[in-house]
Design a protein around this ligand. Structure first.
Ligand SMILES: NC(=O)c1ccc[n+]([C@@H]2O[C@H](COP(=O)([O-])OP(=O)(O)OC[C@H]3O[C@@H](n4cnc5c(N)ncnc54)[C@H](OP(=O)(O)O)[C@@H]3O)[C@@H](O)[C@H]2O)c1
Length: 220
């Protein structure tokens, strides 16, 4: 869902996009409807001829920016398949949340409190510049923040200032106002944003839709 939402927006903004999947041929043949849009991947893919689907080891080759939009419990394994050497020196925007659905709804966090998925990715891929962002909102709001009226926030966490700058510039191109982009500090601050997920999920159930976001109101 996140990949299919962000990819066309990136194309619209003039970027070249390739998407990785475990088995491109199997994925291209998926006819089950997407939970959010009702459109199958097979149909969506035909409608987006400018987006190329490739295997995981191929996805980061030659990329200026890699976006991780995989299930949190599979993220480390997926990135291993993408390849340490292919990710070395690159900026990785990590949108994944460590949600464990194995015991049903609501999911639990597979890592929390003293660690986070963002930190685990950074620790396992020390030559990659990991930036955690956009994980605290619904995919459509990530790329069109104006869908939620007024000011509301997106958080950025990471150890590498230049990588955070690249991601911040991307966020601005999506429509995020600079004042609403909050740099939380190093990658350990991803603990905080990943641990927002339980309240985010509760709000989804209570409000009955996903078109909301967090807003940090500051004293003037
Ligand atoms: N949906 C949202 O609005 C939203 C918002 C904020 C954050 N997030 C986070 O973003 C991530 C993606 O969410 P999504 O809703 O886009 O999920 P999704 O549609 O279920 O996509 C998950 C992706 O993870 C891969 N995957 C799942 N299990 C795997 C496994 N065992 N091994 C290897 N790859 C596996 C799948 O790859 P294949 O293509 O190979 O099947 C799929 O492309 C999640 O971590 C989620 O918490 C989502």
């Amino acid at each position: 869902m996140v990949g299919q939402t962000i990819a066309p927006r990136l194309i619209e903004l003039g970027h070249k996009v390739i998407m990785g999947t475990r088995n491109p041929e199997e994925t291209k043949g998926r006819t089950n409807p997407n939970q959010m849009t009702g459109v199958s991947f097979a149909h969506w893919y035909k409608d987006h001829p400018d987006i190329k689907l490739v295997t995981l080891p191929q996805v980061a080759q030659g990329a200026d920016l890699v976006i991780n939009a995989t299930s949190g419990t599979a993220t480390l394994e997926v990135l291993k398949q993408v390849g340490k050497e292919n990710l070395a020196g690159k900026v990785l925007l990590d949108i994944a949340n460590p949600l464990d659905f194995s015991k049903g709804m609501p999911p639990t966090l597979s890592v929390c409190n003293t660690d986070s998925l963002g930190e685990q990715v950074q620790a396992n891929f020390p030559q990659t510049k990991v930036v955690k962002s956009l994980n605290t909102m619904n995919a459509t709001i990530m790329i069109h923040p104006e869908l939620v009226p007024g000011d509301h926030n997106v958080f950025v966490s990471g150890n590498h200032p230049e990588a955070k700058q690249l991601v911040t510039d991307l966020l601005k191109s999506f429509g995020w106002k600079e004042v609403n982009i909050i740099d939380l500090g190093d990658i350990s601050s991803a603990r905080g944003t990943e641990m927002l997920l339980p309240i985010w999920l509760r709000l989804w159930g209570t409000l009955g839709h996903a078109n909301y976001n967090f807003h940090i109101q500051r004293k003037k």
